[in-house]
Design a protein around this ligand. Structure first.
Ligand SMILES: CC(C)(COP(=O)(O)OP(=O)(O)OC[C@H]1O[C@@H](n2cnc3c(N)ncnc32)[C@H](O)[C@@H]1OP(=O)(O)O)[C@@H](O)C(=O)NCCC(=O)NCCS
Length: 175
C-alpha cells in the first residue's frame, strides 16, 4: 500500500534486527489524510472477516486518546498498522494488521514495540487487548511481546470463538 505523502518527521527508525530484511522500516503516526491507506490495509489484513471502512476508521481516528501507527518502508510502502486507545493510565489495542505478503518479517513486532514506547512515554501503565483463541499467529506475537493472560470472554466472536484478554505491563518499557 503506497503512501501519498512522505513520512512525517519523528518516525522511529528500527534497526535491522527489529524487522527482518526491513532495515528501513519506520513507524509513523497515522493522520486523516492516510485513511484510504488504513482502510486498504485493514481490508487486506482481515480479508474474509469484519472489514472496517474509511468512515469507521475516521470515527476512531478522531477519538480522544487514540494512537494510530503505520509501518512504512523507505519507498513509502505501508505494510501494517495498529490503532489503540488510551484512557488515563490504561490503553486498549483496537486493531492490528499486516499485509499478507509482508508477514513474518517483524512488522507487527515493530508496531507493538513502537506503541508500547509511545504509551509508556505518556504515563500509560497497562495495555490490554482481546485476541481470538484460535488466532495462533497473533497469540504467539503477543506472548513473545510479553503480554500475560488476564481473562476470557466466552463465545465473544461471531464464529463462536472465545476472546482471550491479555495485558502488557508498560512500566518497564523504555520510552
Ligand atoms: C498477527 C499478525 C499481525 C502478525 O504480523 P507479522 O508482521 O507477521 O508478525 P511478526 O513478523 O512481527 O511476528 C513476530 C512474532 O510473532 C509470532 N508469529 C507471527 N506470526 C506467526 C505465525 N503465522 N505463526 C507462528 N508465530 C507467529 C512469532 O513469534 C514471530 O516471531 P518470529 O518470526 O521471530 O518467530 C498478522 O499475521 C496479521 O495481520 N494477521 C491478520 C490480522 C490479525 O489477526 N490481527 C491480530 C488481531 S488480535
Amino acid at each position: 500500500m503506497r503512501l501519498r505523502r512522505a513520512c512525517r518527521k519523528g518516525g522511529c527508525v528500527l534497526s535491522p534486527s527489529d524487522a527482518r530484511g526491513l532495515s528501513d522500516l519506520r513507524i509513523v503516526a497515522g493522520e486523516p489524510a492516510l485513511l484510504p491507506v488504513l482502510a486498504a490495509l485493514h481490508a487486506a489484513a482481515f480479508a474474509g472477516g469484519e472489514i472496517w471502512d474509511e468512515a469507521a476508521l475516521a470515527a476512531l481516528l478522531g477519538m480522544d486518546g487514540v494512537e494510530t501507527l503505520l509501518a512504512v518502508t523507505e519507498e513509502r510502502r505501508a505494510l501494517g498498522f495498529l490503532m489503540a486507545r488510551a484512557v488515563y493510565d490504561e490503553a486498549e489495542l483496537l486493531t492490528l494488521g499486516v499485509e499478507p505478503e509482508a508477514r513474518r518479517r517483524g512488522v507487527a513486532r515493530a508496531l507493538v514495540a513502537g506503541l508500547a514506547a509511545r504509551l509508556a512515554a505518556r504515563g500509560v501503565r497497562r495495555l490490554f487487548l482481546e485476541v481470538a483463541s484460535r488466532n495462533d499467529a497473533a497469540r504467539r506475537l503477543y506472548e513473545a511481546a510479553g503480554f500475560q493472560p488476564c481473562g476470557m470472554r466466552r463465545r465473544y466472536y461471531a464464529d463462536g470463538d472465545d476472546a482471550l484478554v491479555l495485558a502488557l505491563d508498560l512500566r518497564m518499557v523504555r520510552s
